[in-house]
Every structure is written in structure tokens, then in C-alpha cells.
Design a protein around this ligand. Sequence first.
Ligand code: NDP
Length: 498
Amino acid sequence: MTERKQDVARRAEKSPLTTAWDYAPAPEARDIVHIQERYGLFIGGKFVEPLSGERYTTIDPAREEPLSEVAQANKADVNRAVKAARGAFDGPWSKLRPSERAKYLFRIARILQERSREFAVLESLNGGKPIRESRDVDVPLAAAHFFYYAGWADKLEYAFPNRRPRPIGVAGQIIPWNFPLLMLAWKIAPALAAGNTVVLKPAETTPLTALLFCDVVRQAELPPGVVNIVTGDGRTGAEIVAHPGVDKIAFTGSTEVGKAIQRTLAGTGKRLTLELGGKAANIIFDDAPLDQAVEGIINGIYFNQGHVCCAGSRLFVQESIYEATIAKLKRRMRTLRVGDPLDKNTDVGAINSKAQLEKIVSLVRSGVEEGAELYQPPCKLPERGYWFVPTVFTNVAQSYRIAQEEIFGPVLSVLTFRTPDEAIEKANNTPYGLSAGVWTEKGSRILAMAQRLRAGVIWANTYNRFDPASPFGGYKESGFGREGGRHGLEAYVAMDDA
Ligand code: NDP
């Protein structure tokens, strides 16, 4: 026997089949990513020093280690970016033949695909999400959005027949930290396809993939000024919103900031789309395929650490299958692997920031204090970084904060119902209305529920599925306007109604 085989045999002897089989670490190499020590602002096709002279440190939330120094743009910087965007709009971009515009979008999509590993590793490093998700969901979907909207660029007349669609001008776009590259794609792809130019601000904690995207913009030889990226915190966002040279604001983030933006824009004539928070109901009927439903529950709430606006954070289980569902759910939760986002076996990564972790901890504490029953599977968390064990609350009343407020973390609240009417009433009892899930084997019940649920997106026998061709957006305090699909283009075109 070779030495290696002997070693394998020895280890097999020591670990009889009755013991748990641990996963060996499978870390993704990070050397594909080159992070600069410091970044400027991407304005007019090149990186420039911030006029503010200010920078802040962006970190890896899984290790609490600094990654880079990033510019904090002020009013003068935003003004410079808006001027560059206006110059590009009045100059070459809006006059370009639509089929030529499409070629740039196709190019960007192809480059994103070619550099997908680099983007996935960087997204996981800066945001804390598992590499499996950034590699298999975020980056491919971001490329798919550019491909999809590239196809529309020279077909706007068909998308909006008899309405003479034309670009609006300069779009100011503000995105959150939960899907940094994907939200960038949701915003930039339709804006460019319709012939607009953009000034985009990534979230303070996750600027790095947006800054890497600037390199893609240069590689695709997009005319300077068509895409401008300004980094900074909420103050930078507020400057973009207030700038008189911006024709349209697209915002994704918290309902609180969304409301503030709406107040600022009232009476200015600027167009606005808001994609805000959610507290989605995931409804399981007693005829649902239970094992698949449990996978859907897990995917609905623990995907991306629950940092998902459409997360299925309120689970409604029909009373007759309550015990069985909870038993299966807890068993499945015990198999979730929490840890290093760059490990390919990781299911739940790091919480995006210290502030977000504190918010989750405080809401979970309120759940316990109000009387809900908490379950967390046994789980060894890394010593450094921001982490939260996947959590489920049972014995939840509708009035509890954990059933009302967006936690934006890996925390599920379980409630029960007896009849479809009761499920609808409870599910709609929220100020939000972004998404919902329905699990049943009856097609007619799916349709009946979908008609009565006040939510923009309703998944049937699945959850958290996205497609560039499918519009996404909310009702009530979840915002207005749609992103994705033909509807997503509409926000970026001005039209004469025939
Ligand atoms: P915010 O709404 O503050 O952040 C979203 C984006 O808006 C970020 O780029 C942010 O910058 C920017 N921003 C902040 N203040 C202003 C302002 N006054 N004017 C214009 N832009 C602004 O969300 P947070 O990151 O603070 O998260 C708070 C909570 O919001 C979370 O706990 C979660 O519940 C919810 N949330 C919901 C999201 C969703 O998709 N529905 C996404 C993100 C958060 P900066 O990053 O620098 O603060």
C-alpha cells in the first residue's frame, strides 16, 4: 500500500460511519482579485481624486479587515459627475443609433461573464455573502440583465407602440448593500438601453464591485460620461437626489430613506421609482409538497443571510401540518453551514455590517421579550467578523415587532392559519407589499391567492426566483415602479401618448 492509501485507511478506521461527516474547507482562491489601496471617483470615463479630499475604509465583514480606502463624494463631486453625465447625454450617447447602443450593452454583458469569477470573489469579500450565491446568482443574473436590455435597445418602438419613446436624460441611481453588483445591473442596464446616462452611488459598505465595474465600462469602450460612479455614504445619496441636473431618481433601500427622498422630490417634476422594504408572507397549505416547501422556506429566509427585501420572513403554516413542518424545518436548519463566505460549502455567510448585526440582535431580543419562542441550531461561529445564527421564532403573535418590522437578517417568524381567507387576511396585515410565496398542489388555489395577496411579486411552489424578463416591485410601503422586463424600461423613457 502506498503511504497515501495507508493514511486514508487509518483515517477511515478512526471515523466510523456512525460519526458525522464534516465538510473539508473548500476556500475559493482570492488572488484573482486585485484590490487597489485607494480608489477615486469614476467620472467622465476616468478615476479622479475626490474634490472633497475625504476617504473612508471599506472592510471585509467576515474578517473585520480593511480592504481599501474609498472616496467620500461631496456636493462638488456629485456636481462634477452630473455635468459629465449631461455632457455625454447631450453629446454622443443619445444621438447614437439604438443598435449601436445595444452593442455596448452586449459587450458589458460578455465582459461580466468573462470576469465572473473575479466579480464573485470580490462581491463575497466586500459584502460577506457566500461565494456559491455570488458565483451562481448575483453575477450571472447581473450579466443576464445587460443581455436582456441590450435586446430592447433598438426595439423601444415595439415596447411602447405609437408612443414615441425617447430617453429622459441623466438618471441618479442609489443602491443598497445586499446585492451590490446585481442592483447596479438592474439600474444601469435599462437606463442605458433607453439612451440615458447615469450617476450611480453604491452603498457605503459595498462599493468595490461597482468600482470594478468601472473597469468593465472602460474595457467596453463606453463613451466617457455615460456611466459615472460616485462613492460615499447617505450624504452623497442626498446630494444626487437634490441635484437640479438630475432628471430621474431610482432608489433601492429602506422605506425610511425612500420616504425622505419622496419628500425632497415633491414638486420638482423629477421622476422617481422606489424599491423599498418588505415583510413577505410565505404561505404553506396542507396539500403542499412538504419537503420542497421546507427547501423553499430555507431559501426564502436564509438566502443571502436574509438581507433580501423580498425575503419570506413571515411563514404562515396551515395548522394541520404545523408540527410536521416545524420538525422538518428545524432538522434542515441543523444542516446549514454558517461561516467563511469564500468557502464553497458555506450556506450562510457574514452579516454585512456591525450596524446591521446590532439591528438584528435588537429585533431578536424584542421577539424573546414579547414572548415568542426562539430556536437556533447548534452552530460554531467564527471568532472574528459579524455573524448571526439562522433563527426561527414560533409562538409569534401578529402584533410582535418581529412579525411587523423588516429584520433584514436570517430570522424567520412562524404564524399559523386555518382557512385561505385567514391566510390572506394575516398575510396582507403589513404596511409592506413586495412579495409573497404560496405552496399548494392546486393550481386554482394559487391563482385565487395571487389575486388577493397585496404583493408585487408572488411565487408559487418556489421562492426567490429572479429573471430579467420579469418585472419586480412593490405595493404600499414597499415602493412604486417596476424593475426588470419591459416594465423596467418604462421608468427610463419619456413618451408622447398617441
Ligand atoms: P438605506 O436606505 O439607508 O440605504 C440604501 C442606499 O441609500 C445606500 O446607498 C445609502 O447610502 C443611501 N442613502 C442613505 N441615506 C440617504 C439619503 N438621505 N438620501 C439618499 N440616499 C441615501 O439602508 P441602510 O443601509 O441604512 O439599511 C437600513 C435598513 O434598511 C436595513 O436594516 C433594512 O431593513 C433596510 N434595507 C432594505 C433594502 C431593500 O432592498 N429593501 C436594502 C437595504 C436596506 P449608505 O449606504 O451610505 O447609507
